[in-house]
Design a protein around this ligand. Structure first.
Ligand code: AKB
Length: 321
């Protein structure tokens, strides 16, 4: 991975991956793309940025050729809660975008990464320590696109030799760019509200466990997997990875260690609660550990300290506190 085109570069993962790869590979070796272009945004202004709708195959191919990239990292997609509001659009965007990106990778002989998610599992999978290889019958449109996407990426690997690799991300927690439209978003928002207001109304019910990960570990995982020795990879699309599994009251308790007066109440959103209940409580990531040495560094308390410190600094700089 020496010269990379990234789709969905202004999203929660994209903005941090672009920054990391610009640093690792050099400013001219990262082509950030997104359907939106923002003013005064470092992703758009501090390196190469191109506007791109991933449904436009010709433009995607043209950009990959123009910059002579060797890798596509395809991140543009709708998340679970938004996808449930508009399932047809979610299918169109998530699947057409992925198919276009895979076709370009095949045509130009590029390496390929696109994330899957814990959402690829459905309610009939064993919810605790869910195995890497087991039944996958998701009941959300987002999950359907993730399973179909994993199969498609494997198809391009087996049929055309595209060096495609993927991870099933859990909920990702970060302080730079907020996620949009996911079920796990509460685990980011809770830190924002803890600092800004000292309280949080949670839309996920007490006792609902989901896998989570701090963004630094997620970015490191992408880089590590893309640089992994292909000889060691028994799996490809897609590896379970996780760093922690918690329910809302556990993250609240972790925040209370640093903000003792923090208070959490619940107003459960039935749509996002049903999605959360259809996903595993915790997944087994032993294959990622064995095949490419995945090793997350952040547990819940370490992440809480980091989130509270970094967000406090950010809000002070923005004059919000
Ligand atoms: C979501 O909640 O939709 C995402 C995911 C787990 O893929 N964060």
């Amino acid at each position: 991975m020496k010269k990379v085109l990234i789709t969905g570069a202004l999203g929660q993962i994209g903005s941090e991956l672009v920054a990391r790869l610009r640093n690792d590979l050099g400013l001219n070796n990262v082509i950030a793309t997104d359907v939106r272009q923002l003013e005064n945004n470092p992703i758009c202004e501090e390196g190469i940025f191109e506007k791109l709708d991933v449904k436009d195959y010709d433009k995607l191919k043209e950009l990959a050729q123009k910059y002579q990239v060797d890798t596509i990292v395809h991140l543009a997609a709708l998340l679970s809660a938004t996808a449930e509001k508009n399932p047809k659009f979610a299918w169109d965007l998530n699947m057409t975008g992925l198919m276009n990106a895979l076709e370009v990778a095949k045509e130009l002989k590029l390496k390929f990464f696109a994330p899957s998610s814990i959402a690829a599992y459905g309610p009939d999978a064993n919810p605790d320590n869910t195995p890497q290889d087991t039944v996958m019958h998701p009941t959300t449109m987002y999950g359907v696109t993730k399973v179909a996407g994993e199969l498609l990426e494997n198809y391009y690997y087996l049929k055309y030799g595209v060096d495609s690799r993927s991870v099933r991300f859990p909920g990702l927690i970060s302080y730079k760019v907020e996620p949009g439209g996911g079920t796990t978003d509460y685990a980011v928002d809770i830190y924002y509200q803890a600092i800004l207001t000292g309280k949080y109304e949670c839309y996920i019910a007490q006792g609902t466990k989901m896998d989570m990960m701090y963004m630094d570990d997620a970015i490191e995982a992408v880089v590590k997997l893309m640089n992994a020795d292909p000889e060691r990879l028994i799996h490809r699309n897609s590896f379970n990875i996780t760093a922690m599994s918690f329910a809302p009251e556990e993250v609240a308790a972790s925040i209370k260690k640093y903000i003792p007066n923090f208070e959490m109440t619940y107003k459960v959103d039935p749509v996002r609660q049903a999605i959360a209940e259809s996903w595993p409580n915790s997944i087994d990531d032993s294959c990622a550990k064995a095949e490419w040495d995945f090793s997350p560094q952040f547990d819940l308390d370490k992440m809480t300290q980091e989130m509270l410190t970094k967000l406090t600094k950010k809000f002070k700089a923005e004059g919000k506190i």
